[in-house]
Design a protein around this ligand. Structure first.
Ligand code: FAD
Ligand code: MLT
Ligand code: ZN
Length: 482
């Protein structure tokens, strides 16, 4: 457990589930969609990292917005706390109950509602798995504007609720730009239809943004409308090595100016991250001469002219090699090789899980200072743990991960609050893309002022007066429970 959860007490104003509640839910949803099975509960109570574990006795599987509305209306009147659960791939303990909250699983709302080829606008239900949307769009000649390693399980509703960033944000921007509309259900069951499909709409406050990144604390997202870019024919991927972090930085600057509009990913990992994937994931190997390099960079370009794009990338690589920014590199020759490069980068979280206990930090920092933190942590922790750095360098997002044979409070005390203080000193964010969840709810002040958090708490109170939606998450416990 992270430090936040250990101090939390169950909010006594919440009711405890009884048999009348179960009968009521069965009446709305039908027997099959009211789940009390032990195995299903065990899975739904535990997060992807097996770090956060609740003790809910009930999973509800709504199939429509109306069912979500009826569930929430009832829970609100009964003061029953709930946790919305998407694909349960969240990394901050936000998607699982802390105590006995009712789990509202969105997986049965997985219909694609409409796709307009002219505008590229997709409208779908919140429970659609990201990878299914990617495949659907691929057949239509389009792509999703976001991609992440958890695509096989995470849902678009979860992505929107966490404002997930991922591997292509450097090119297509954040979900605050790509989500054109959404439908959400408030704690009292009110359905907010904000499912617009317009690029431009300046009629009053744009409330949909409140639900993008609010981690299920303000409402349940039931439908999403999202702008999708056309699929372009020329995708190239290079896997490169750099001797030092300064070269990675300079390479990023060069890539932005020389590859310009075709740059679609700029990811980095250090040699410790490479060692982990090679040692813990089957079939993964370092495509460059092993044990020679300190840093690796994955660059992807996406454009519409195969020969022009390739020429541009090759010229960029040649110049970077000549100037010494890159010490080695390989350009994917086919889609299998391209996938194997992505597997290295996307496989890091899984490799970390296999290596033992992991302390995860997802930070936005000025690119020039970012890696100093990794080095300082290595000095602080000495031989006690492995310190791993990787992330979305193109977005100024460092994933600092500390891997130890087992969880150890002494190690945690060396990491926190040091990492948060360091981030705050550089005016960074303690959550670049994963959210606050349970893990960082009490740490919000490292990145937001008291006045700002107070306004957030007022919005929460307005939309969810009894605090039933995903309690103990996002906002500091002292503010959200009063
Ligand atoms: P869940 O984990 O189920 O839920 C996440 C939060 O959203 C919870 O607070 C939950 O209550 C809330 N929620 C879920 N659905 C709804 C809904 N319909 N309405 C309201 N609230 C809801 N994140 C990134 O940003 N970038 C990455 O590159 C990235 N890579 C990852 C790679 C791996 C291997 C893993 C395991 C995770 C990764 N993540 C990444 C984190 C995670 O996958 C994302 O945050 C994802 O968007 C969560 O989606 P989900 O459906 O699994 O949501
Ligand atoms: C990633 O970029 O791989 C994800 O955000 C997951 C992680 O940080 O481990
Ligand atoms: Zn990430």
């Amino acid at each position: 457990f992270g430090s936040a959860a250990t101090t939390i007490k169950r909010n006594p104003s919440f009711a405890t589930l009884n048999s009348d509640d179960i009968s009521y839910f069965k009446g709305i949803l039908g027997e099959k969609y009211v789940v009390q099975d032990e195995l299903a509960l065990e899975l739904a109570n535990s997060d992807w990292m097996h770090k956060y574990k609740g003790s809910s006795r009930l999973i509800l599987l709504p199939r429509s917005t109306d069912e979500v509305s009826q569930i929430l209306k009832y829970c609100n009147s009964r003061h029953l706390a709930v946790v919305p659960e998407g694909g349960n791939t969240g990394l901050v303990g936000g998607s699982v109950p802390v105590f006995d909250e009712v789990i509202i699983k969105m997986s049965s709302m997985s219909n694609i509602i409409a796709f307009d080829k002219v505008s590229g606008i997709l409208v779908c239900e919140a429970g659609c798995i990201l990878e299914n949307l990617i495949s659907f769009l691929d057949n239509q000649g389009f792509i999703m504007p976001l991609d992440l390693g958890a695509k096989g399980s995470c849902q678009i509703g979860g992505n929107v609720s966490t404002n997930a960033g991922g591997l292509h944000l450097v090119r297509y921007g954040s979900l605050h730009g790509n989500v054109l509309g959404l439908e959400a259900v408030l704690a009292n069951g009110t359905v907010l239809d904000m499912l617009g499909t317009l690029r431009k709409d300046n009629t009053g406050y744009d409330l949909k943004h409140l639900f993008i990144g609010s981690e299920g604390s303000l409402g349940i997202v039931t439908k999403v409308s999202i702008l999708t870019p056309p699929k372009l024919s020329a995708v190239n991927i290079a896997f490169l090595a750099c001797n030092d972090y300064l070269s990675c930085q300079k390479l990023l600057l060069e890539a932005k100016s020389k590859l310009g509009e075709i740059l679609s990913a700029f990811e980095f990992l250090d040699s410790e991250a490479m060692e982990l994937v090679v040692n813990h994931l089957e079939g993964v190997r370092n495509p460059l001469s092993p044990s020679m390099h300190n840093f690796y960079v994955l660059i992807e370009t996406t454009g519409s002219d195969e020969s022009y794009d390739k020429e541009k990338l090759e010229a960029f690589l040649f110049r970077s090699m000549e100037s010494g920014l890159i010490s080695d590199g390989v350009l994917a020759q086919d889609s299998n090789q391209a996938s194997s490069f992505w597997r290295i980068r996307e496989g890091i979280p899984e490799a970390l899980m296999r290596a033992g206990a992991v302390y995860k930090y997802d930070l936005s920092l000025p690119v020039e200072n970012m890696y100093n933190l990794v080095e300082e942590m290595r000095v602080r922790l000495a031989q006690k743990a492995k310190v791993v750095g990787y992330g979305h360098l193109g977005d100024g997002n460092l994933h600092l991960n500390i891997s130890a044979p087992q969880s150890d409070d002494m190690i945690l005390a060396q990491i926190e609050p040091y990492v948060y203080e360091w981030t705050s000193k550089y005016r960074g964010s303690i959550s670049a893309e994963h959210g606050l969840g349970l893990m960082k709810a009490n740490e919000i002040f490292y990145s937001k002022s008291h006045e700002t958090v107070q306004v957030m708490a007022s919005i929460k109170k307005l939309l969810d007066p009894h605090g039933i939606l995903n309690p103990y998450k996002v906002l500091p416990h002292s503010l959200s429970s009063c």
